[in-house]
Write a protein that binds this ligand. Structure first.
Ligand code: F0G
Length: 459
């Protein structure tokens, strides 16, 4: 696999501090073996998330200077509305301060206590907001989604027949709606096909359910559709995006991903004015007046520009190429990962790489700690550490897979950085049986992976 060269050049740099293995051993110990507690300046290559960590373009930075900071009716708001209407084709679009802010506004407005929400897989915050609104989140992904070794073009798809069976068993009146996460983050940034969106739309219509698109990585999803769904081989990314969105009633979006801003979010309603009015009444108390939605005018401006830039095919080819390059190096080295690789990074199958570590000693976390010690790379567990305890019994829960996620920030790292990551993993693979598991010494009640204290399990 040839690395697809950057369709941009670098005009501003941020120096990184180089550390020794001893420095890093000390730093991670001080952080209670939890990467979230590390100081970012002790990290060399930060693959913890692709969210809000991208590099803005010269046009975006110039836009920041042009931002209109009026409380209401700012020029930058209208610029954003123009871009959003054009790209998504929805009548009502609303800025908010980030993705979870959109979730906080939408789910309480649309959930009756005890109702189920179904999804191809909820992202953690979306799952959390469904729960906070009194709803019950249920993941129903296609079977290939959880099988890391078999190739499938659209592993992010929902299992439509599984959803139908669930609705029939529990009654449509007990289901509030369906959330389609594109790309499907938690199963590895895997794409969702237009065919699947059509089938889920038909299901929603059959039972009178709302369909919400969680659109954080909508542009990467559209590029996968262009490459893999023959009907769309000649369509533009904007056309594919409009087609995808045409099957939703609403969207929520973290703009910190494909719109390449450091902070921002959106939500939208396709054509239901009543629904839009209901949502607006939640936006003002939570996020602020409708024309700024928790963002500064300069943020609205950078977001309007970023939305358009994120659709550029040369950029998207390079962007998806970074994950593919890293994955190709892993494949050559026999390092197991969610295959084919997704859009925003590589999900290593740590359960398979470190088979001597049982799930309750968190193989995905163990590999993340080891990557930090080996080469100053920060990444995180998407496995049994991330799974909170059962809220009723307090028992630890086993995740369906033990992943270590290497999320790649947009337009930030070069091929040589990716080679450092691949070399580090190869070195760890060679001594894999010596990598220890971890146990928790302190944990909070919810979202424990952020703040838990851990220690290596020694013999
Ligand atoms: N939906 C998806 C699919 C996400 O991946 C995220 C964030 C959100 C919603 C929430 O958006 O962070 O702007 O409030 N994902 C980040 C990640 C944090 O690292 O995957 P937010």
């Amino acid at each position: 696999m040839k690395y697809i060269a950057e369709p941009f050049k670098i005009k501003m740099v941020e120096p990184l501090r180089m550390t020794t293995r001893e420095d890093r051993q000390e730093a991670i110990k001080k952080a209670f073996y939890n990467g979230f507690a590390l100081k970012a300046e002790d990290v060399y290559i930060d693959l913890q998330t692709d969210s809000g960590t991208g590099a803005m373009s010269n046009a975006q930075w110039a836009g920041m200077m042009m931002g209109d900071e009026s409380y209401s009716g700012a020029r930058s708001y209208y610029h954003l509305m123009e871009a959003a209407e054009d790209i998504f084709g929805y009548r009502y679009n609303q800025p908010v301060h980030q993705g979870r802010a959109a979730e906080k506004v939408v789910f309480p407005a649309l959930t009756k206590p005890g109702q189920y929400w179904l999804s191809n897989t909820f992202f953690d915050t979306t799952r959390g907001h469904v729960g906070l609104a009194g709803g019950r989140p249920v993941d129903i992904v296609c079977p290939e989604g959880l099988d890391t070794t078999t190739y499938a073009d659209f592993k992010g798809d929902a299992d439509v027949e599984g959803m139908r069976a669930f609705i029939q068993e529990h009654g449509a009146e007990n289901v509030a709606g369906i959330v389609m996460t594109i790309t499907n983050n938690s199963v590895g940034g895997q794409p969702v096909s237009v065919a699947n969106m059509r089938a889920v739309r038909a299901l929603a219509d059959e039972y009178g359910l709302l369909l919400i698109i969680d659109a954080a990585r909508f542009a990467e999803n559209a590029m996968f559709i262009k490459m893999r769904e023959p009907e769309f081989a000649d369509a533009s990314i904007k056309e594919i995006t409009r087609e995808t969105f045409s099957y939703g009633d609403m969207y929520t979006m973290s703009a910190k991903k494909d719109a390449i801003v450091n902070m921002g979010g959106m939500l939208g309603v396709r054509d239901n004015d009543e629904l839009a009015e209901k949502i607006k009444s939640f936006v003002i108390p939570f996020e602020g007046y409708l024309t700024y939605g928790g963002l500064a005018g300069r943020d609205l401006e950078a977001l309007a520009i970023g939305l358009e830039e994120g659709l550029d095919e040369d950029y998207l080819r390079y962007r998806l190429g970074q994950s593919q390059y890293l994955a190709a190096r892993f494949e050559k080295a026999g390092i197991p990962f969610q295959n084919p690789v997704g859009g925003h990074g590589v999900f290593i199958d740590a359960g398979k790489l470190l088979p001597h570590i049982p799930w309750h000693q968190f193989p995905g976390h163990a590999l993340a700690v080891e990557l930090y010690i080996e080469a100053g790379i920060r990444c995180c567990d998407i496995g049994s550490l991330l799974m909170d305890r059962d809220p009723v019994t307090g028992d630890a829960q086993q995740a369906p897979a033990e992943f270590t996620r290497l999320a790649i920030p947009r337009r930030v790292y070069t091929q040589a950085h990716l080679d450092v990551v691949a070399d580090a993993l190869e070195a760890i693979k060679a001594r894999a049986d010596q990598v220890p598991g971890y146990e928790i010494t302190w944990e909070p009640k919810v979202l424990r992976h952020f703040t838990s204290h851990l220690r290596p399990v020694t013999a």
